[in-house]
Design a protein around this ligand. Structure first.
Ligand SMILES: CC(C)(COP(=O)(O)OP(=O)(O)OC[C@H]1O[C@@H](n2cnc3c(N)ncnc32)[C@H](O)[C@@H]1OP(=O)(O)O)[C@@H](O)C(=O)NCCC(=O)NCCS
Length: 177
């Protein structure tokens, strides 16, 4: 018996626009599609957008933006990944893997050494499977009323071979993404 070839990975495209309309195309109109409303945080929109279409419909998204951060008192930048979303009926087929990988490949060209994301603890194993690592320390992020400790989990991925996470207090000097 011969092995059947595995299906080709889906094509990921750059999106020129990603608004509430495109998000609803993927996730529908539920009030809290990311399950993070409890955290009560104010988020930044992303600046670069990657998506997967099936028969013309947007079914997956990941967004990126460059953010200022202080690590151990040293100012630098990271690439924030956010808005990762896959249409509910198409989950478990590797679409998040494809769209996040394409976004991270682009992030490698943006300059910073590290990518970061914030997620619910239930998603940590999924992102670990995609090569992300957990940051086991408090991370401060800006909010309209001032800095707060991020209540979600923080994960990071190297954007250059051999980049490790520096030691010291981590402060995102902007709203989270
Ligand atoms: C989170 C979400 C994007 C995942 O999308 P998805 O297309 O189902 O994910 P994938 O199928 O690409 O899975 C990615 C990998 O994680 C693995 N995985 C999934 N759930 C896992 C779990 N609970 N434990 C370990 N690995 C897991 C998959 O097997 C896959 O690895 P593989 O490619 O090596 O098999 C999707 O569930 C979603 O849109 N949720 C709502 C919005 C949201 O919460 N977004 C996250 C914001 S941080």
């Amino acid at each position: 018996m011969t092995d059947r070839p595995s299906p080709a990975p889906p094509t990921v495209v750059r999106l020129t626009e990603y608004t509430k309309t495109e998000q609803s195309e993927i996730l529908g109109d539920s009030a809290d599609p990311f399950g993070v409303a409890d955290a009560g945080l104010t988020w930044l929109p992303k600046e670069e957008h990657f998506g997967i279409r099936q028969n013309g419909r947007l079914v997956a998204h990941a967004g990126l933006l460059r953010l200022p951060v202080s690590i151990g008192g040293v100012g630098t930048q990271v690439v924030g990944v956010g808005g990762v979303a896959v249409a509910p009926e198409l989950r478990g087929q590797g679409l998040a893997r494809s769209v996040v990988s394409a976004a991270v490949d682009h992030a490698r060209t943006m300059g910073p050494l590290h990518g970061i994301l914030f997620c619910r603890s239930s998603l940590v194993p999924l992102y670990q499977r995609l090569g992300w690592r957990t940051l086991e320390q408090d991370v401060h992020v800006e909010q309209p009323e001032g800095p707060v400790v991020m209540p979600l989990r923080t994960m990071w991925t190297p954007l250059r071979d051999g980049a490790s996470w520096p030691t010291g207090e981590v402060r995102l000097l902007s709203l989270p993404m």
